[in-house]
Design a protein around this ligand. Sequence first.
Ligand code: NAD
Ligand code: MG
Length: 394
Amino acid sequence: MSRVVTILGSTGSIGKSTLDVISRHTEQYEVRALTANSDVDTMALQCQQWRPRYAVMCDESAAQRLHDVLRQQGSDTQVLSGVQGLCQVASLDDVDTVVAGIVGAAGLLPSLSAAKAGKRILLANKEALVMSGQLFMDAVAKHHAELLPVDSEHNAIFQCLPSVSDRAINKSGINKILLTASGGPFRTFTKEQLAMVTPKQAINHPNWDMGPKISVDSATMMNKGLEVIEAHWLFAVAVDDIEVIVHPQSVIHSMVSYADGSVLAQLGNPDMRTPIAHALAFPDRIFSGVEPLDIFEVAKLEFEKPDFQRFPCLSLCYEAIRMGGAASIVLNAANEIAVAAFLDNKIAYTDISVLIEQTLENVAIDQDVSTIEHILVVDHQARDIVNQYIARKQ
Ligand code: NAD
Ligand code: MG
């Protein structure tokens, strides 16, 4: 029996890697819907190749353009638009697997829609979980959805945990989650050098080929901080039991340390097709297109403690989860806006953490965030505030 798949964010790095894996197993996977924000050219090509029943462009004018292009091609793919279109294809009755590969807060509503429809969700969109942790996990449990982590570290942890269903970490003899980080392109930079870095340097990651936002997040180590929060929710583990380890080779994707002294690790070449293939086929294993790891070529594995002084975004994430309430929503929103401003050459790299800290101090953290509506209100408040700070800098 083949699995029927919706790919949210199909034109991005995760989306393309997913299609690459599926292209090796077309008898097992059927692509029902593809979605993107505004990249009509890539979407038109993907529709030509995959002939999905639905293609969604979040942007209305892009949807119109895609519609025109597809009609010219004689395609029978139906074009939908807006957040409503995204949520619709994330919850179609005949779809069983939804790849959550949209970047940022924009992925929250469609990912939640997949959870409420009880789908198998391949979660790459960590921001959705950072924003809505408890609410999202409750929706997954209530609607019997299956949440499989695609983020390489979380996929590694998932593979090293005792069993799929046993989420009571403390009862399983687990001491600690060891979350590895490459350290990003500025791992060895001094504070003075960090003040001068450009967007071009920041998006040039040494080991991973990713979209621009997560590449900047990796350069500030905000990505690792978001991943600490992601692991906290996914595996029901206290953040104090999650330790970040800088491992520049990115060969060990994370580890789990047990009471008896065992440490289990998952290794592989740094290529997202491995965790994607793992989650697509789970509990089976399929070929992903990734070369087997040549351990002799790797030869050396190094480990360092993270430097919280040079990478303050990492401590801000630990603080946000300890603060609780609205803090993680504020942190995520401020980061998204600050990263976009940095990529736009409006602020310096070192301004990113400063802006996040200021925003965290100026949005009420004790607000009610128990519903999706409340979460979105806080998200907008934080975006307004950080935008005001950035405007004052101009
Ligand atoms: P990307 O920028 O390459 O792609 C993002 C996708 O989301 C595109 O298809 C884009 O059209 C879509 N999108 C963007 N804004 C949207 C909006 N407002 N509405 C609807 N769709 C929108 O990003 P990526 O690197 O593929 O990352 C996607 C997610 O996966 C992020 O949350 C990232 O943190 C996570 N992730 C990525 C990698 C990786 O290797 N790329 C690894 C781990 C986790
Ligand atoms: Mg990761």
